[in-house]
Design a protein around this ligand. Structure first.
Ligand code: ARG
Length: 400
């Protein structure tokens, strides 16, 4: 699935060497060099880039892949061009290390299995959208989900680069209709933005939003996600026939698309990645949070529970049935999903394995624990290495 990289040649190169080895913008004349403060900003950017790159090529995994000489090549490339390009192998390794470093992910057990789609050659929003669709088809793999990251070109300093405004490639619209929300309340603002950009809204509970893609701060262009790229699972229950009548569904693929992948000082502002769902993300958050689909009162009522008393534990019983329904439905549909107990066991195994290799596993306790029955899992009963959000490579909030 990996594509040969042409990015090194195609890359929009920000700066060219100036007459005495000073860097100036491509096409700029001396009079357009910019103010002294802009020049010092640029040299600050180069210094940061060099520091990031130096630290990356000093990592043992990267040394093993690229050899000790590679850093000299990169340093020379930065000196000459003001930037540099990762090889495809470095990009894949960098993305794997970013996953391994991400303190909020409890799926890191599988970090070695990540595949790369190198999409650094995509230029226009339409080309980028096409590669996002390809990402969904390849990673969804007809239900046998596999971890994939698609990496678009890194941003040029001073520009915002490629941005996918959607937090995930597949997300459901939310419509605020006189205070009552149809759809996913989390995405009311995003839905408004899509409509403003020309999207024709539906009025359903589960309308897939279009992808909104902006390059270098230009207004976003919108692209529908074609049906062949959207695998969804209707939710039913193994024992309660009425459950299917609730009309609930969820998508198979959680493809995060608004985080910036930082490797060796380069910022890949668009790098959608996906693995598979933990069932409790859907059953104990998306469909049950009061600020999301808020289905527990309805389910409790159908179960005949006493919803007037907290102490009847109606929320807990409804939550359990909903989560069983999610696991059952994904299994029936042949869509891979992991339950929160297995996910926690894998995470604990990952932490132990990493510690045996002499590495820390910075982790955010609240994030790696499941949102239901946490105390029945191993992740609840231990402390983790403190999260270090400045570890690099990593996935970070995209710079403004
Ligand atoms: N919690 C998010 C959601 O419910 C997905 C976050 C990423 N999860 C994952 N399993 N890769 O959509």
């Amino acid at each position: 699935m990996d594509r040969a990289s042409t990015a090194k040649n195609d890359r929009a190169c920000p700066v060219l060497p100036g007459p005495r080895g000073t860097a100036i913008h491509r096409g700029s004349s001396t009079s357009r060099l910019g103010s002294p403060s802009r020049r010092s900003e640029q040299s600050q950017e180069i210094t940061t880039l060099v520091a990031g790159a130096r630290a990356f090529y000093a990592l043992p995994e990267v040394q093993e892949l690229a050899g000790p000489e590679r850093w000299l090549e990169v340093e020379a490339e930065i000196e000459q061009d003001g930037s540099y390009a990762h090889t495809e192998a470095e990009l894949l390794l960098g993305a794997k290390l970013a996953w391994r470093n991400h303190a909020r992910c409890n799926g890191r057990y599988s970090w070695r299995s990540l595949s790369l789609i190198d999409a650094r050659d995509a230029q226009t929003p339409a080309e980028i959208a096409e590669r996002c669709v390809e990402h969904l088809v390849i990673s969804t793999n007809a239900g046998k989900l596999r971890p994939v990251i698609t990496v678009f070109r890194p941003r040029v300093p001073g520009r915002s680069g490629v941005r996918i405004l959607n937090p995930q490639l597949i997300r459901y619209a939310g419509y605020d209709e006189a205070g009552r929300v149809i759809g996913d309340p989390l995405h009311v603002d995003l839905t408004r933005q899509a409509v403003k950009a020309g999207w024709n809204p539906g009025h359903g509970q589960f309308d897939v939003l279009p992808m909104m893609i902006s390059v270098d701060g230009r207004p976003p262009e919108i692209f529908d996600v074609p049906p062949e790229a959207i695998l969804e699972v209707p939710i039913s229950h193994p024992r309660y026939d009425w459950f299917a009548d609730l009309g609930l569904r969820w998508h198979a693929n959680p493809a995060i698309s608004d985080l910036c992948l930082e490797i060796g000082g380069l910022e890949y502002t668009a790098a959608p990645f996906s693995g598979w769902y933990v069932s409790s993300e859907i059953g104990a958050r998306n469909l049950s949070d009061t600020a999301r689909y808020n289905q527990l009162p309805k389910i409790a009522e159908r179960l005949g529970l006493d919803t007037r008393r907290n102490a009847s534990l109606w929320k807990d019983r409804a939550l359990l049935e909903l989560n069983e329904a999610v696991i059952h439905s994904y299994a029936q549909a042949g869509v891979y999903i992991v339950d929160h107990h297995t996910a926690a066991e894998q995470f604990v195994a990952h932490v132990d394995r990493e510690h045996r290799s002499g590495r820390l596993v910075p982790s955010d306790w609240a994030w790696v624990n499941p949102p239901m029955s946490a105390s029945t899992t191993g992740t609840f009963h231990r402390e983790f290495d403190p999260p270090t959000f400045d570890a690099r490579p990593n996935f970070v909030r995209a710079p403004q």
